[in-house]
Design a protein around this ligand. Structure first.
Ligand SMILES: Nc1ncnc2c1ncn2[C@@H]1O[C@H](COP(=O)(O)OP(=O)(O)O)[C@@H](O)[C@H]1O
Ligand SMILES: [Mg+2]
Length: 403
């Protein structure tokens, strides 16, 4: 489709479920302007928690636990239905009939991601990867797009990460191009920080060209905090609301120092992380072995680990070469008051604010990004930034399923 056709305003839904596996986020947006320089207005947003039995199965499968190809195939179709339900819900909330959608961009649920060939990944992270037989870079997101397209009656773009990996990239992160499109500033250097299960940055120097943008994962976002809460509440709770629990504890300094020596934090970007690095094994190895430690102290230490690893990564790998004025925070971790307070304290020279201020509510931002990326795909525009993912070239992302 010629690019100039994209000028008229169009409706799109973005669907996202990240490494937290808390549930499906759906954002209904109106896009206007060209696909190359879109303007985005959020019309409605819903977040649909996974039923706990499904979350447990996904955690097991994504955590390298026992499964079968039959189970993965079944989950793929089951999630397709849940993702389609989320589209219906968000359209109802926005007062829009779902068949009017120009496109749905569905990230799906990652159940495996290895951005680099295994020997490199293993050497660099300093940790064994769960499946020693896997040697090449690969990625797998599920939530069958054919099910979504059939149930909704609109075209679906999915499997965003594969084309970047095929082009030699890490397949992640993909949101940086959207950050560039929506948050760049002519005079002020900007860092967009998303605190999901994993925390990651997009660095956008003042007046940057796309190839000057870079980004990487800084380490755990909520993943370690959530893991501790789940363990100690025997699965009854899944996160530390507002960081209140951690706020009652003290940092265990020797433990924090030991973890910050972990090779991942020292390594230069580009780098990406997931449940493979900071999931169950990590929580068990560093936190659960400390007999007698109080839960609130462990949580306080996990929260400090997130804040410190973010601030250290900025100091080490960003502020030395780029002048940064503001840090725009999004993701579920933006609700953790203790975490945001610590970021402000550790980065006193930056103006720290939430993405809501830019029309991108913290919970909706990543889902919005996949609506924008899908719009690019159907207009034949690339969606990755080689400077971020390490791909040999920019490529059009995703597969298109027509209803
Ligand atoms: N009110 C809150 N207080 C503290 N943490 C929260 C709150 N709401 C959500 N979170 C955290 O955010 C996580 C979900 O964030 P999200 O951005 O959806 O991550 P992901 O992209 O990995 O799914 C939850 O697992 C939880 O740790
Ligand atoms: Mg989530």
């Amino acid at each position: 489709m010629p690019k100039q056709w994209a000028r008229k305003s169009r409706l799109a839904v973005g669907l996202m479920s990240g490494t937290s596996m808390d549930g499906i986020d759906a954002a209904l947006v109106r896009l206007s302007g060209t696909a190359e320089r879109p303007r985005v207005q959020l019309l409605a947003f819903v977040s649909r928690p996974y039923p706990s039995a499904i979350r447990q199965r996904l955690m097991r499968v994504a955590g390298g636990g026992p499964t079968t190809s039959g189970e993965i195939s079944e989950l793929n179709f089951l999630l397709g239905e849940l993702f389609a339900d989320a589209v219906h819900k968000v359209c109802r909330r926005g007062g829009v009939s779902a068949e009017r959608l120009a496109v749905i961009g569905s990230h799906g649920q990652t159940i495996f991601h290895q951005g680099q060939p295994e020997p490199t990944a293993r050497k660099r992270s300093g940790q064994p990867v769960p499946s020693p037989t896997v040697s090449r870079a690969s990625t797998l997101q599920i939530a069958e797009p054919a099910v979504i397209a059939e149930k909704i009656g609109a075209p679906v773009v999915a499997d965003f990460r594969t084309a970047d990996i095929a082009a030699g990239g890490q397949g992640a992160p993909l949101v940086p191009l959207v950050d560039y499109l929506l948050l760049r500033d002519a005079r002020r250097g900007t860092v967009a920080l998303n605190i999901g299960g994993i925390a990651n940055f997009t660095v956008i120097p003042a007046n940057a060209r796309p190839e000057e943008v870079f980004g990487f994962d800084t380490g755990p976002g909520n993943m370690v905090i959530d893991g501790l809460v789940r363990h100690f509440s025997l699965g009854r709770k899944t996160y530390d609301a507002s960081g209140c629990w951690a706020a009652r504890g003290h940092v265990i300094d020797p433990l924090l120092a030991e973890i910050l020596r972990f090779p991942f934090f020292q390594r230069k970007p580009p780098k990406s992380a997931g449940r493979e690095q900071f999931g169950r094994h990590f929580v068990g190895r560093f936190f659960l072995k400390r007999r007698g430690a109080r839960l609130e102290d462990l949580l306080r230490t996990a929260t400090e680990l997130t804040a410190r690893s973010i601030a250290d990564a900025l100091d080490r790998f960003v502020l030395a070469s780029v002048s940064v004025h503001r840090l725009i925070v999004s993701g579920g971790g933006a609700h953790n008051r203790l975490l945001v307070r610590r970021l402000k304290e550790l980065l006193p020279r930056l103006s720290v604010c939430l993405s809501d201020r830019f029309g991108l509510p913290v919970d909706a931002k990543e889902a919005i990004a996949f609506a924008v990326l899908a719009d690019r795909t159907i207009h034949g525009l690339p969606g990755n930034l080689p400077s971020v993912t390490g791909a040999r070239k920019s490529v059009v992302l995703g597969t298109l399923t027509r209803p």
